[in-house]
Design a protein around this ligand. Structure first.
Ligand code: ZN
Length: 329
């Protein structure tokens, strides 16, 4: 798949040039997101078990996470809770709702299920989800800025329960969002599922980036190189580092039982970004929107299975590849 050029016919089949259709930068451009004020951390009832890092204790080594039947059952539970919390929080997205409101809704949803929000007091983060609006590529801190009609917001949920972390995220449209930005969202969703579909035992880790990056470029988007997926299970952020761009040296073979995240961030403009003074929020420098989706997956005997789904197999991040129509996991 070739990178689309601005004067090429748009990938959507409209017949218009890309730069006047889905590549229209004037439609994509929006004002930089101003940071609001952040409310205090929300309390977690004492009976809910915390990860070791919350008390400042050492975490287990960040080695590749491989599950047996017993540990996979516990990880499935954590991932199911994460999928449920993401659906609850995503349902609340609307103009006028603040990202702090989303944090409160997600927080209650974790606690109702007996789970600890893994983000809370992780390396000094003080909220229960990350919320990244428009040109914030990741790690946005929920605050009192009301979502505006036409915004997009990624909600990143990680649930800790039964000694396991389950991690998932999705990007949601706020009210009426323009078509080029909706295409960014749907391309990122599809890129995530294509990356997951490329996983198979014995194949090298780079298959994920090989599935994601050329697809993103064919639609005029770029893939963030500085952030990747990660091994997950007993440890929140473990090996391997999962690149979403093509990295020829990524030759670690997948093997059955390995668990990690696939979570590409796609950009619609330039690729340089700057961290805000809060030490977390990553703002893209040209204020063009970025989107992200994330699933936690396990390598199976013949592919990969998405773990971050509800008991009914649902997920706000999607599980079905639109092009093939086939279920990925
Ligand atoms: Zn188009």
């Amino acid at each position: 798949m070739e990178r689309i050029r601005s004067n090429s016919p748009c990938w959507c089949g409209s017949g218009a040039k890309f730069k006047r259709c889905h590549g229209n930068r004037r439609l994509l451009q929006r004002a930089p997101v101003a940071l609001g004020s952040v409310s205090p951390p929300r309390p977690v009832p004492d009976h809910i078990v915390r990860p070791a890092y919350v008390a400042g204790d050492a975490t287990p080594p960040r080695t590749v996470q491989v599950q047996d039947d017993e540990s996979l059952a516990r990880l499935r539970h954590a991932c199911r809770v994460a999928a449920e919390v993401l659906l609850v929080a995503g349902d609340a997205v609307a103009p006028g709702v603040t990202t702090d409101d989303l944090d409160a809704i997600a927080h209650d949803a974790y606690v109702e299920r007996g789970a600890y929000p893994s983000d809370l007091h992780y390396n000094g983060f003080t909220k229960s989800v990350c919320t990244s609006v428009n040109g914030v590529i990741c790690h946005g801190i929920p605050d009192d800025r009301p979502l505006e009609d036409g915004d997009i917001v990624n909600i990143d949920v990680t649930a800790f329960i039964d000694g396991m972390h389950g991690d998932t995220s999705a990007t949601f449209a706020v009210g009426d969002v323009d078509e080029p930005t909706l295409a960014l969202i749907e391309t990122t969703r599809e890129a995530t599922l294509r990356g997951i579909a490329a996983v198979a035992p014995g194949e090298p880790l780079r298959r994920i980036g090989e599935a994601i990056e050329p697809f993103a470029r064919s639609r005029g988007f770029t893939v963030v190189r500085e952030y990747g997926g990660h091994g997950i299970g007993e440890v929140f952020h473990a090996a391997p580092h999962v690149h979403h761009h093509v990295e020829p040296g990524d030759d670690l073979p997948f093997r059955a039982g390995m668990t990690f995240t696939v979570e590409p961030m796609l950009l619609s403009g330039g690729t340089s970004f700057t961290q805000a003074d809060d030490g977390w929020t990553e703002h893209i420098d040209d204020a063009m929107p970025s989107a992200q989706f994330e699933h936690t997956v396990v390598v199976t005997d013949d592919g990969a299975e998405i773990l971050t789904v509800t008991a009914d197999g649902a997920s706000a991040a999607g599980t079905e590849l639109p092009v093939s129509g086939g279920r990925v996991a």
